[in-house]
Design a protein around this ligand. Sequence first.
Ligand code: SF4
Length: 325
Amino acid sequence: MKTIIYTCPYIPAEWIAAHGLHASRIVPDHVDADLSLARAEGVCPYVRSFIGQVMADKEAGGAVLTTVCDQMRRAFDIIVRNGAIPAFLMNVPNTWQTPAAQALYIDELKRLGRFLVQLGGTSPSDEALAEVMLEYDDARTSIRSAREYLSARRFADAIAQNRVCNKLHTLHAEPLVEGVPLALAGGPLMRSDYELFDMVEQLGGRIVLDATETGDRGMCPEFDRARLRKDPLRELARAYFGSIPDASRRPNSDLYEWLERELIGRAVRGIIFRRYLWCDLWHAELGRLKDRIELPVLDIDSAGENHLERPRISNRIRAFLEMLQ
Ligand code: SF4
């Protein structure tokens, strides 16, 4: 079975899987960064690493990218020009509340479907799509119900595991550390960024809300089962395009509504705002977050050089926790 790789949360794994292909939402790492890019200055480290991983992948049958951010659009151009596998750019509108935007998203899913058929996939019936959606929905429900007895790192690992396979290994409960409850907010994390969860715990805190793109925030919410049975593709679009909050959306007030609800629900006392250098999208949200959310915010930027940045980040988190204790 061919594997289709992608990273954007607005690409439904269910749609790829229903075409009989394996959907793998990859988690790139700093070490994957494509060093052959003409310049690293000005390029988001996540995008650099994503390009590097796609270029190095000799097994994948295709890659899917979206127009959610300009840097990813440019990544598509680079992959098409220099990569070895077929790539598809899905148009995901930034405006999302109008019926026209929702119709465009569904049209784009159908266009993606035609690309998948060209790669050897089979166009699914409504029944086949509904069945796949139920499997993925059940897997996500298991992860969410395990949240209370998993460390933040294990919870992030479980989400990442679900990104490459809708079946989960058994999630065993583990002793949780006590610590100042914090949220981690921002764009996507790379694999080695998961060390942030451990660092926070060693310094006396605990991430109780992973509001990054690769965490809780980027997970598709539960499907409405009645709508799913009636029109699965429309329900798929509603759950992904209509419900996942992100800085890129216009308006993006749903991001703050989601954050406010989750921060209160988890009794969060401070927010670590983690962003990549050269990501204008998330940098622009920093001021808005501070204005809108009445909690202390620690801004941590990263150029994707964890080994050099670790001491600085650790010192800043320590000082932040001392201020909160
Ligand atoms: S972190 Fe920012 S620049 Fe990088 S992929 Fe995400 S939105 Fe784009």
